[in-house]
Design a protein around this ligand. Structure first.
Ligand SMILES: Nc1nc2c(c(=O)[nH]1)N[C@H]1C(S)=C(S)[C@@H](COP(=O)(O)O)O[C@H]1N2
Ligand SMILES: [Mo]
Length: 251
């Protein structure tokens, strides 16, 4: 029986035929690995990576929601500053958006809640081995970034939190692909109510394509930076600095 490859060759195929016969055994073949090493291959892989990263996380229906959405890590920031904000219903609390931006912002909770709202029901996955499905209400981070106007040099967004681990505030960071992702929101509400304190009141990050520890709670400042070096331990997050947790925790 004549093989497909031989048949193509015997047809005397020109360039088109060569491409087809090359496709007979793509994986593992020298040719294919050569293509992957070439600049065209690099572009191809980079493009695949980027399109994967912009894909949406699965969204669920109300009937899928967990009856209880547990809290993890800090459940009540202990600083006197946070306690004072909590006592006054976050009336004088402000979110700052600064760093490498043209127009630094200082926004009240009321102002943030007046912005367009995105609601999404998603599954939260913690590396410690639990998951929960919850409904989140918040402002798309993109809208805040557009309002602040990122400078050309900005590469990462650092989320500074109100709670301390020893003397270090919790912090996390993401790149601009996740920063502008349509499901990346700063949530002020959860399960059709105001965000509870154990889940990060008054404002917490939802970055749905990454694991739980990236979802910074008690966010009070978003800082646009060119590099993560020089911020606390330099690895982009409290866990990254102090454990083997990866900076990129994609799911
Ligand atoms: N500021 C702050 N953010 C945080 C944490 C924390 O301790 N402090 N814990 C992280 C971890 S490990 C997880 S799994 C989630 C838990 O979110 P939840 O308390 O709403 O369940 O918050 C993340 N964000
Ligand atoms: Mo977690």
């Amino acid at each position: 029986m004549i093989s497909r490859r031989k048949m193509l060759a015997s047809l005397g195929a020109g360039a088109g035929g060569l491409v087809l016969s090359g496709c007979d055994r793509l994986d593992g073949s020298e040719t294919f690995r050569g293509v992957l090493r070439s600049s065209e291959g690099l572009t191809m892989r980079a493009q695949r990576l980027i399109s994967d990263r912009t894909a949406l996380a699965r969204e669920f229906s109300p009937s899928d929601m967990s009856p209880v959405f547990r809290s993890n890590g800090t459940a009540m920031p202990g600083t006197s500053a946070y306690q004072a904000h909590l006592a006054s219903g976050f009336r004088d609390w402000r979110l700052r958006v600064d760093g490498l931006v043209r127009r630094p912002l200082s926004l009240s909770l009321q102002q943030i809640r007046a912005m367009p709202v995105r609601t999404q029901i998603t599954r939260h996955d913690c590396v410690e081995g639990w998951s929960a499905i919850g409904k989140w209400h918040g402002v798309p981070l993109k809208l805040l970034l557009d309002a602040a106007g990122l400078r050309q040099e900005a590469r990462y967004l650092v989320f500074h939190c109100a709670d301390l681990y020893g003397t270090n505030p919790y912090y996390e960071s993401i790149d601009l692909i996740d920063g502008f992702h349509p499901q990346t929101i700063l949530a002020w509400g959860m399960n059709d109510a105001m965000l509870p304190v154990p889940n990060g009141a008054p404002l917490r990050l939802r970055v749905e394509r990454q694991l739980g520890y990236k979802h910074a709670k008690y966010v009070e400042r978003v800082e646009a930076v060119a590099t993560l070096a020089g911020i606390q331990g330099g690895k982009g997050g409290l866990w990254e600095d102090n454990s083997d947790y990866e900076w990129y925790a994609g799911i």
